[in-house]
Every structure is written in C-alpha cells, then in structure tokens.
Design a protein around this ligand. Structure first.
Ligand SMILES: Nc1ncnc2c1ncn2[C@@H]1O[C@H](COP(=O)(O)OP(=O)(O)OP(=O)(O)O)[C@@H](O)[C@H]1O
Ligand SMILES: [Mg+2]
Length: 252
C-alpha cells in the first residue's frame, strides 16, 4: 500500500482504495474538500462529475502524480497501480511489444507482453510502430501495457473519450472481459453516463469536492438501454449531474 495511516478496521483493511477526508487545493481554489471513498478489491467504480469538478485531480492523487498540489487527508492505494489516459501515450520510437513491456523485468516479460497484445486483439502486430495504429488500436495497446503489470488497481481517466461511438462500444466489451479475467479494482472517470452504467458495479458522482451520490448498479446482464430499471438509473444520474430532464424532453 502506498500510504498507511494505521488504525484500519478489518473490513477497511481489505479495501483496495481507502480515501478519507482528502483535501486538494490549487491556490485559493479547493477542488477536493473532505472527500471519502472506499473501493473493494476487484470492484469496478465509475466516477462521474461535471467538467472541472475534480475527477482527474482525484485520480492523480490516487496515482501519486499530484506533487504540485497542496493537500491533506488519508489516501491508501495498492502497491501495483496502472493508469490509462484519454490519449494512449505510447512511445512513438518503440514498437508495440516494446511499448507494452517497457520497464518490465524478467525472462518472461516478452512472453507476457505478447499474451497481453493477444488479449486485446493485436496478436501479430508486435513489431508495428504506434503511428501505424488507429486511435482505438492505440488505446488497446495502452490497456495491454496496463494489464500486463497485473495491477491491483486500474485508474482510467476518460480512456475512450476520444474514440468514435462504435469503437467505444467495442472497447467497453473488451474492458469488461479483461477486468473479469484480471480482477483489478477499477476507478474509471467518464462523462458518459451509459458507459458508467454498462461497466460499473457502482457509480459515484463528484460534486463540490465530495462524493455526492454513491449508487450500486444492480441491473440484470446484459445491461440494455431499453429496460425501465436502466432508464430510471440513467435519469437519476443525469439529475445528479445537474441535467434538467424536463428541459431536455421539451427540446427533443
Ligand atoms: N495544475 C493545476 N493548476 C491549477 N488549477 C488546476 C490544475 N489542475 C486542475 N486545476 C483546477 O482544478 C479543478 C479540477 O480540475 P480537474 O482536471 O480535476 O477536473 P475534471 O473533473 O477532471 O474536469 P474534466 O471533466 O473537464 O476533465 C479545475 O477547476 C481546474 O482548473
Ligand atoms: Mg479530467
């Protein structure tokens, strides 16, 4: 675990992520304001919130990438954390396999890298250059690079935000399958309410520096847009995000 504050109860000690009273400020602006959140091992949590509400700030805090920001509070995350961003951030001068195994040690690194590329549907492309790939393919390499490290926690900041709608749906299926196989805890930041409902065990909404809603997704699989339960959860989340559903209906 990255930060220990001690005094965990047995149940809390089993958590993958434990955030208590976390505050993060940029100058006078307090973005996270006493935020609490717990994520269980293997649990998939989607994080929604308006633009500027602090989602990326929270993710960076968990990833230990926020040395430039003032803050306080207790934040416990596992030792093995992987991060996926909206852009794949591949090194253009390295071939795909080398991108995937970058920093991995041991004789089995290459074998594991090949298996990871296979898992994301890119077997045979090991020696390709990043520039030869579409945006969706690059993002699949980025997922392979994360999962080859067998993280206990996967942090994803709008990983599919730049992809077209069809590719995004395919990526949802892929991510779901990969998570079922590798069972990391996941914190997925998204603006897409449907993405959150389709993928997550729980959806949380960040507002005014805190978790304003924490809603388990208890829908039968497959989670289809047409069902009444789906529609009512979707509406509930949209209202939490400040969308005026009456206005939306009359505009349609
Ligand atoms: N390095 C920084 N310096 C100053 N202010 C920052 C910095 N990073 C973020 N902020 C501010 O903190 C607030 C939260 O930013 P953050 O990027 O976490 O929002 P977000 O919820 O991820 O938004 P989006 O959905 O648009 O990605 C914003 O008001 C932003 O301007
Ligand atoms: Mg962001």
């Amino acid at each position: 675990m990255a930060t220990h504050s001690g005094g965990l109860t047995e149940a809390e000690g089993a958590a993958a992520v434990r955030i208590r009273n976390v505050v993060r400020s940029f100058g006078q602006r307090t973005v996270l304001d006493g935020l609490d959140l717990t994520i269980a091992p293997g649990e998939f949590v989607a994080l929604l919130g308006r633009s500027g509400s602090g989602k990326s700030t929270l993710l960076r805090a968990l990833a230990g990438l926020d040395h430039d920001v003032a803050g306080s509070g207790d934040l416990t995350s596992p030792e093995h954390v992987s991060v996926v961003f909206q852009d794949a951030r591949l090194l253009p001068w390295k071939r795909l396999l080398d991108n995937v195994v970058l920093g991995l040690d041991g004789p089995l690194a290459e074998e594991r890298g090949r298996a990871a590329l296979d898992e994301v549907g890119l077997a045979g492309r090991e020696q390709a250059w990043p520039v030869e790939l579409s945006g969706g393919e690059q993002q699949r390499v980025s997922l392979a690079r994360s999962l080859v490290r067998e993280p206990q926690l996967l942090l994803a900041d709008e990983p599919f935000g730049a992809l077209d709608a069809l590719t995004r749906i395919r990526m949802h299926t892929l991510l779901k399958r990969l998570c079922e196989r590798h069972r990391p805890a996941v914190l997925l930041v998204t603006h897409d309410v449907d993405e959150a409902i389709v993928l997550a065990d729980r959806v949380v909404v960040l507002d005014r520096g805190r978790i304003a809603a924490d809603i388990p997704v208890v829908l039968p699989a497959p989670r289809r847009h047409g069902s009444t339960e789906y529609a009512s959860l979707r509406d509930r989340l949209l209202v939490q995000l400040g969308v005026d559903l009456v206005e939306e209906d009359s505009a349609a």
